[in-house]
Design a protein. Structure first.
Lengths: 267, 202
């Protein structure tokens, strides 16, 4: 598949802060480097600033201080439209375009980029196969005809359409039931292995973070509380905030502890 | 009925005038209402002022508005077109804005995040998704304009209203019935066709 050639971007946040017009801080002075090809999960409770931080990367939110660099380039020097076409973006609400077919939804960024129709059609079929939606069955359907899980698979395929080197995912599996979520987690892990795309993934779900992440960045009160491997976050929480977040109940932690080991052994 | 059968050519000519008056006005009204509707949807404060002004125009009785406009532009079709365009604004702008406001925030966030330019987002996502509401506005405006255009004959703008006014002056009920009936049928036909279009879009 052509997409297997894609690789990952390196993302650097330097002193990033976001202050809302009211004067309250959403994000305070965040320094973070996400390595090329790394699967990084921003973990934190709702309102912690993790989504805000994610959205500074593709300039949906402009930092009020500090700067974001992708492969060494300050994103402020790029046209936001051009920047975003090169970055995959998946959100919890999926946001498929209801008036377009699944094929047209997946092909929407290539269409904006002016690819020819045959190339878009090939790419759409490759991507639907990648997210395990049979192209012949799904290509001409409309979003409302799909289940929640199928819609989010489409959302992932759409985000990957222009072979981005960076994929931003904002609580992408938060709205589907546990079984579907688990299978979507397996898929994104597999896609990450196959494509080598850098992924920054936001969640408030500790199990999900432990299961997916190469590195977990725990965010609380708009700042980084700890940035470490899942094993280290579990074994040596940096402070009480992290400890209370990952240790909510012993049972779910035991369940989760087994997960990252398995998924890391596979890599 | 008798008059329509006896003088189909005259009725057809008046009907033609009526159609031209209505649809020329509608086309101009739409060209103005689209940008205004976008403004109202995007800028709540400027939008509220715009809608308030349009609402004032909308509540002026049609004879009074025509009288005012004749004082400025004189008698004839162009003056009638100005009046019809002004009336249609309220309905069209409100529906364009409502349609745009009704587009799901998730679709807009996705469009922004995927790298749509503001114009591409408007044309490829927002307007198509707002289309049922917009066509609903076009339907209501068309029916209203067909009715108001009847009064426009009073300022020498022709149309089916001319038959009605002639009938009144000449004490000829056949003419009055012919003009009224044709206007009613035209309004019902436009309403039915546009309802069909609305259904297909949903």
């Amino acid at each position: 598949m052509a997409s297997s050639a894609a690789s990952g971007s390196r993302v650097e946040l330097r002193g990033v802060g976001v202050t809302y017009p009211g004067g309250s801080d959403a994000v305070r002075n965040v320094d973070l480097t996400v390595g090329a090809g790394e699967f990084t999960v921003f973990l934190g409770p709702s309102g912690s600033g993790k989504s805000t931080l994610l959205r500074t990367i593709n300039r949906l939110i402009e930092p009020t201080s500090g700067a974001v660099f992708i492969d060494g380039v300050d994103v402020r020097t790029l046209d936001p439209v051009v920047l975003r076409r090169g970055i995959g973006y998946v959100i919890q609400a999926v946001g498929l375009f209801p008036h377009l077919t699944i094929g047209a939804n997946v092909g929407v960024v290539p269409t904006l980029l002016g690819w020819d129709r045959a190339r878009i059609a090939r790419r759409v079929d490759d991507l639907l196969a990648l997210v395990r939606l049979e192209p012949a069955t799904y290509r001409d359907r409309y979003p409302r005809q799909l289940s929640g899980g199928e819609q989010q698979r489409t959302g992932v395929a759409r985000a990957l359409a222009a072979e981005p080197h960076l994929l931003l995912m904002d609580e992408p599996f938060g709205a589907v039931d546990a079984i579907v979520r688990s299978s979507l987690q397996d898929e994104i892990r597999r896609i990450h292995r196959e494509l080598g795309t850098t992924i920054v993934f936001v969640t408030h779900d500790v199990d999900e973070a432990l299961r997916l992440a190469d590195r977990i960045v725990v965010i609380a009160g708009g700042a980084i509380a700890q940035a470490d491997t899942p094993q280290r976050v579990l074994a040596a929480p940096a402070d009480d905030v992290v400890r209370s977040l990952v240790g909510i109940d012993a049972q779910s932690r035991e369940f989760a502890e087994a997960r990252p080991l398995r998924s890391h052994e596979m890599r | 009925m008798n008059y329509i059968l006896a003088h189909p050519d005259i009725v057809a000519e008046r009907l033609g005038e009526h159609l031209v008056l209505t649809f020329v006005s509608l086309a101009i009204a739409l060209a103005i209402a689209f940008p205004l509707g976008v403004l109202v949807a995007r800028r709540p404060r400027a939008g509220a002022v715009t809608l308030a002004v349009l609402n004032v125009i909308y509540t002026i009785p049609s004879l009074a508005l025509l009288a005012i406009l004749v004082a400025i532009f004189g008698l004839g079709t162009p003056t009638a077109v100005v009046a019809l365009v002004a009336y249609a604004q309220m309905i069209l702008v409100r529906n364009v804005a409502e349609g745009l406001r009704g587009v799901s925030p998730a679709a807009l966030d996705a469009a922004d995040g995927l790298g749509f330019t503001p114009f591409a987002r408007l044309v490829r996502i927002e307007i198509p998704l707002a289309l049922p509401a917009i066509v609903g506005g076009i339907r209501i405006a068309t029916v209203a304009l067909i009715g108001i255009a009847t009064v426009a004959a009073w300022i020498d703008a022709g149309g089916l209203g001319a038959l009605v006014f002639e009938g009144l002056h000449q004490d000829d009920p056949n003419k009055i019935v012919a003009g009224s009936l044709a206007a009613i049928v035209l309004a019902l036909a436009a309403d039915g066709l546009l309802r069909l279009a609305e259904k297909r879009l949903q």
